[in-house]
Design a protein around this ligand. Structure first.
Ligand code: 3Y8
Ligand code: NAP
Length: 248
């Protein structure tokens, strides 16, 4: 057995720890989006594979027998490539996918399908907007330059930002309720824009918004192709043939 973890999330890191403890043969993979990704307990490769065919070549060359897609729910291209490459090479594939966040009493969510709909959901009247969606998808918001945008990025930007009025926070998660509440209160935030990432690492902003009675424009997850999906690390270990109850 030799596993490839398509990682880049806190859940993927916890899975890598469990697989290393179980002394299973595995490789962890980052896309290379950030300057200083968290170290992992497994041998790690960084960078794209070169599309579906590049991933299939990697699987053959490295004699990968099991692929675990533990990427973020919005890493849709990687997930699609994994389904295609595993089908082409006859390799076992499982996705470790955290459940989406669901609204609870007191939440004021505006559900939207994608980034474009999130832009449309913002008012015409100037507002203070917390764009908690990272760096890669900011350009669509430039059609509403009237807002004061608070941005949270993992790394300092290496090129000019596409929005005229920005307040930049450079911080990687996981985030805390106290910090996110203070962030919103000190900047008089009127709207929060978020992707439905799920998990615990970035949900603090939702709890802070609820406390402050702020609307959250919640971007739904992209559709992904059908593949075997679990939401627990123990289920992944069992699928790999390791019974977590037996310990290491
Ligand atoms: C490179 C690995 C940990 C891991 C932290 C989780 C939690 C914070 C939720 C907000 C939302 C956002 C963003 C976010 C989350 C965790 C987790 C998670 C959202 C790292 C990481 C990599 C990335 C890539 C980065 C994206 C960006 C997205 C920031 C490491 C820290 C906004 C997604 O500058 C860039 O190009 C950044 C790109 C993809 C989305 C974007 O479009 O900008 N993640 N995030 C992975 C790789 O190279 O393969 O650097 O260590 C991982 C984490 N991201 O240690 O606990 O759920 O796991 N990441 C979103 O939800 O919209 C933050 O600010 O509230
Ligand atoms: P994406 O749009 O789905 O993928 C674009 C390309 O990036 C892929 O086709 C692949 O390149 C490469 N890639 C993506 N994930 C990879 C991985 N784990 N290992 C090797 N190559 C990878 O991906 P994304 O949304 O930019 O996410 C990139 C990384 O950040 C992923 O690890 C993801 O888990 C993490 N992340 C993303 C988000 C988010 O909001 N999207 C949030 C938190 C963490 P090739 O085609 O060349 O193989």
């Amino acid at each position: 057995m030799r596993a490839l973890i398509l990682g880049g999330t806190s859940d993927a890191g916890r899975l890598a720890d469990a697989i290393a403890r179980a002394r299973m043969d595995a490789i962890y993979s980052y896309a290379g989006r950030t300057q200083d990704p968290a170290a992992q307990a497994l041998p790690t490769r960084i960078g794209g594979f070169g599309g579906m065919s590049g991933l299939a070549d990697f699987i053959r060359r490295e004699r990968i027998s099991h692929v675990i897609d533990a990427t973020h729910p919005f890493a849709a291209e990687m997930s699609r490539n994994a389904v295609a490459a595993c089908a082409a090479t006859g390799t076992a594939l499982i996705a470790l996918e955290r459940p989406p966040w669901t609204r609870i009493s007191g939440d004021n969510w505006i559900d939207v399908a994608d980034i474009g709909a999130a832009v449309a959901a913002l008012p015409e009247q100037p507002a203070c907007v917390f764009l908690a969606i990272g760096r890669q998808h900011l350009a669509p918001f430039s059609v509403k330059p009237q807002h004061a945008y608070t941005l949270r990025l993992v790394d300092p930007p290496d090129r000019p930002l596409p929005l005229p009025r920005t307040d930049l926070i450079v911080s990687r998660g996981p985030f805390t309720l106290a910090d996110d509440r203070e962030l919103m209160r000190s900047r008089d935030i009127g709207y929060v824009v978020a992707r439905n990432a799920g998990g615990s690492g970035a949900r603090a902003k939702l709890d802070a918004a609820r406390e402050l009675g702020l609307p959250v424009i919640m971007i739904a997850r992209p559709d992904l192709p059908e593949r075997l999906r679990v939401d627990s690390i123990d289920d992944v270990l069992a699928w790999l043939g390791h019974d977590a109850r037996l310990g290491a």
